[in-house]
Ligand binder design. Structure first.
Ligand SMILES: *[C@@H]1O[C@H](CO)[C@@H](O)[C@H](O)[C@H]1NC(C)=O
Ligand SMILES: *[C@@H]1O[C@H](CO)[C@@H](O)[C@H](O)[C@H]1NC(C)=O
Ligand SMILES: *[C@@H]1O[C@H](CO)[C@@H](O)[C@H](O)[C@H]1NC(C)=O
Ligand SMILES: *[C@@H]1O[C@H](CO)[C@@H](O)[C@H](O)[C@H]1NC(C)=O
Ligand SMILES: *[C@@H]1O[C@H](CO)[C@@H](O)[C@H](O)[C@H]1NC(C)=O
Ligand SMILES: *[C@@H]1O[C@H](CO)[C@@H](O)[C@H](O)[C@H]1NC(C)=O
Ligand SMILES: *[C@@H]1O[C@H](CO)[C@@H](O)[C@H](O)[C@H]1NC(C)=O
Ligand SMILES: *[C@@H]1O[C@H](CO)[C@@H](O)[C@H](O)[C@H]1NC(C)=O
Ligand SMILES: *[C@@H]1O[C@H](CO)[C@@H](O)[C@H](O)[C@H]1NC(C)=O
Ligand SMILES: *[C@@H]1O[C@H](CO)[C@@H](O)[C@H](O)[C@H]1NC(C)=O
Ligand SMILES: *[C@@H]1O[C@H](CO)[C@@H](O)[C@H](O)[C@H]1NC(C)=O
Length: 675
């Protein structure tokens, strides 16, 4: 009998391995979102037990031990467990035989009849529902619970692809005496936090104000500081200190005036299952509620930043209970969310809270308090009889939310320079190297200005001067810039652009997104800035876009199914489905199979960056997981760190990315948007 060596081999899964006890949703996310629902799902219970106890544990989940003939569907997932455990030859209990375990190839191993005490990990079925639409009724989903951490535990749900925890409050309600105050961290008084339903979005106007567009069934409230956690694996028995997964914390965009973490675009199931990361998305206060400053030393602004930082402090404190590594946190965001990412990178208050950052299409400048205050004051003074300081604060804390939201629309909302959260302009802090230690990846879309013009300028526009007037009115450019643009001759039609609309879309792309993004690159890499500002810097431009179903003016941001050669704009936010893989929640078709492979590549790049600080996925990882499309791409391409010597920008595309210099730097110089 070789029982001793046999035991020595297979018990390694829990006792001698790098991971503690856990339950993992096994779901082979091959990127084809049209078949996610049909693909099999199982639970890997890495908590060695006798066959009898395994049967009982599966039953306690409302499941049964997995049939041995189902194991084949999980070949890659089991191989990945072996990769993760630095072990081969793992054995598992199945439904088929109570004395002969299954190996990772799905075959019955030697019989061990008589060894009723043999303890092995095992697989259970996972019959939990697939989350396939925005307005999902979560009441029937199986409940799960984290181990206790800091005296509390979190009750969430299991679904077809991952575990999800929704609506976790992370700060005291910013209402009443706490309105226009920095966020205060929360102390849980209950032994169990109910995280089985989304919380309301913050107060705002537009698409996520109520559910008129089918995007926000969860309502709106001033009491909105909650977050979501999506994890592929849940610790069992206690909070582990080893084998924890990288954490990616999402910051939504929306001009700091709109948006919500419960937007299904950011559902974390796909990214968590594909990339084996823990995904967190939090709400932060918006518009007047999050950004009001009266420049009076009392109402100081940047409440939204205090929310973001309080959420990150929550992540550091609690995420290990969800299987996440508090020492390995990457923040990522898009548009105003990317501007927020950069804000956190430079904010002294955010020091030590993360080690990676991804800024997707940085959008949103930082202004000084006096300018911000001058803009809104005239609309608030009449509400509070021209009071000032504490009296003004007390008065505004009593003003109805609807009145404030009305006033909010009179101003634009930006992060301000305030001595606490934002001591200087972010670019200036980067160039001085006065920032938090971070690996940074940043990039943008080629024609995202198309979306930012909304319907202010129509595709049939014929007069560039008239377009410029509209852009001036929109504050996309100022008068000095307009004069310089007109004098430059760089947007000539037909010499440089074949129509006015395209010239204008390019101008807006540069003025609002591209130039500011590349200023960060210059400030953090060129000799004129601080070449050592970032631990590492990676710069990309997506060459493929997929329009959000609810954000595509004139239907120009996508190509028809099966017709990839149709010209289209790679629009603002057209990278979000690519990163989150959430097409299926909005019934979006696969236009061509390359959409799937591109999404796979993007998710693998993003999660590799979170895992190691280097966006090149590990080849052994890709092989173990069976991620052959990405393995193919990285067989012929390598992402390179940005250096001032090469000045290289990775143009991401399937099947073949390439390198080029950063575009439009002459445009940026004309608009004084060069660092
Ligand atoms: C499976 O279980 C049965 C009944 O306990 C036993 O007779 C058989 O030998 C076992 N092993 C294999 C490899 O099927
Ligand atoms: C948790 O919250 C949901 C949604 O509000 C509710 O339906 C459920 O009963 C709550 N569960 C517990 C245990 O309180
Ligand atoms: C704020 O900006 C305005 C306009 O650009 C400028 O006049 C003022 O000096 C600035 N104030 C501070 C404190 O930087
Ligand atoms: C506020 O001050 C302005 C200018 O001093 C004055 O015209 C106005 O009547 C005052 N409003 C209130 C509500 O006191
Ligand atoms: C908010 O503005 C709308 C539209 O201008 C108006 O009908 C409504 O009365 C205002 N509400 C409050 C509380 O000021
Ligand atoms: C341009 O398009 C808009 C709608 O997109 C239309 O209302 C307008 O008449 C068109 N103008 C011209 C000159 O064709
Ligand atoms: C646009 O403005 C420039 C400078 O003011 C002027 O020279 C040019 O004729 C104008 N073009 C059109 C089409 O109005
Ligand atoms: C116009 O914008 C540019 C770029 O931000 C800036 O350098 C310049 O000072 C602005 N000019 C005016 C008059 O505001
Ligand atoms: C305008 O730009 C888009 C996006 O680059 C391109 O596909 C299209 O061909 C251009 N349109 C014209 C008329 O040149
Ligand atoms: C995350 O943790 C792993 C293991 O500790 C480490 O190798 C890696 O460098 C960390 N990633 C980052 C981005 O720091
Ligand atoms: C990856 O492998 C699967 C299954 O073997 C195959 O169907 C698919 O075409 C491959 N994809 C690529 C891009 O190689």
């Amino acid at each position: 009998m070789h029982l001793a060596s046999f035991l020595g081999l297979c018990l390694l899964s829990a006792t001698a391995s790098k991971t503690a006890s856990s339950v993992t949703v096994l779901f082979h996310n091959d990127g084809d979102w049209t078949t996610h629902e049909q693909k099999q799902s199982a639970l890997f219970v890495n908590q060695p037990a006798t066959h009898k106890a395994a049967v009982a544990t599966c039953a306690s989940y409302g499941e049964t031990l997995l049939d041995c003939d189902q194991f084949g569907a999980f070949a890659n997932d089991l191989a990945y467990q072996e990769y993760n455990h630095d072990a081969s030859g793992l054995l598992f209990w199945s439904k088929c035989n109570s004395s002969a375990p299954i190996n990772s190839k799905g075959a019955l191993e030697k019989d061990h009849a008589g060894s009723d005490s043999l303890e092995l990990p095992f697989l259970c079925t996972n019959t939990a529902p697939f989350v396939k639409k925005v307005d999902t009724d979560y009441s029937g989903f199986p409940r799960v619970q984290t181990p206790q951490i800091e005296g509390t535990s979190f009750e969430g749900l299991r679904d077809h692809m991952a575990f999800r925890f929704m609506g976790i409050p992370f700060a005291k309600p910013p209402t009443g005496d706490l309105r226009f105050k920095y966020a205060q961290s929360i102390e849980y008084t209950d032994a169990k936090v109910n995280a089985t339903a989304y919380g309301p979005a913050c107060l705002q106007s537009g698409q996520f104000d109520g559910n008129s567009e089918g995007l926000n069934p969860w309502g709106n409230s001033e009491d909105c500081l909650s977050l979501q956690v999506f994890t592929p694996s849940l610790p069992v028995g206690g909070v582990p200190s080893k084998g924890l997964k990288p954490v990616m914390v999402w910051i939504y965009g929306g001009g700091l005036a709109t948006g919500t973490s419960s937007d299904s675009t950011f559902d974390g199931d796909s990214l968590a299952s594909r990339g084996d990361v823990v995904v967190v998305a939090f709400n932060y206060r918006l518009n007047i509620f999050g950004l009001l400053t009266l420049n009076d030393g009392t109402i100081t602004g940047n409440y939204h930043m205090s929310d973001q930082i309080t959420a990150l402090q929550w992540v550091k404190k609690y995420i290990a209970a969800f299987g996440g590594d508090p020492g390995n946190i990457t923040i990522f965001g898009q548009s105003a969310g990317a501007a927020s990412v950069m804000g956190l990178v430079v904010s002294p208050e955010a020091k030590g809270l993360f080690n990676g950052a991804i800024a997707q299409s940085i959008g949103g400048f930082v202004k000084n308090q006096s300018v911000a205050a001058a803009e809104i004051s005239p609309y608030l003074q009449p509400l509070c009889h021209n009071s000032t300081g504490e009296a003004m604060l007390k008065c505004l804390q009593g003003v109805p939310t609807e009145t404030l939201l009305n006033a909010s629309s009179k101003a634009s909302w930006q992060t301000v320079i305030d001595t606490v959260y934002m001591p200087e302009q972010p670019l200036s802090l980067v160039s001085q190297g006065k920032i938090n230690s971070v690996n940074l990846m940043l990039g943008f879309m080629p024609e995202e200005g198309q979306s930012l013009m909304a319907t202010a300028i129509a595709p049939n526009a014929t007069n560039f001067n008239a377009s410029l007037d509209i852009l001036l009115e929109m504050n996309a450019v100022n008068q000095t810039q307009i004069n310089d643009i007109a004098a430059s001759g760089l947007w000539d039609v037909p010499k440089d652009y074949n129509n006015i609309y395209n010239a204008t879309a390019n101008l807006v792309t540069d003025a609002i997104i591209l130039c500011y993004s590349t200023e960060f690159v210059s400030a953090g890499s060129s000799p004129a800035g601080n070449p050592d500002a970032f631990d590492s810097l990676w710069v990309y431009e997506h060459q493929r876009g997929y329009a959000l179903s609810y954000y595509d003016y004139y239907n120009l941001c996508t190509f028809p199914v099966g017709k990839p050669d149709t010209p289209y704009y790679r629009c603002h936010s057209s990278d979000l489905y690519e990163v989150f893989g959430t097409y299926y929640l909005f019934d979006q078709p696969v236009r061509v199979a390359d959409d799937i492979y591109y999404t796979n590549a993007v998710q693998d790049i993003w999660t590799a960056f979170a895992r190691t600080g280097n966006p090149n996925p590990d080849k052994a990882y890709l092989a173990a997981r069976g991620y052959n499309s990405t393995a193919e791409l990285f067989g012929r391409f390598q992402l390179e760190e940005y250096g001032s010597k090469t000045g290289q920008l990775a143009k991401l595309q399937w099947p073949q990315p390439w390198y080029d210099s950063i575009p439009d730097q002459d445009h940026c110089r004309v608009m004084s948007l060069d660092f």
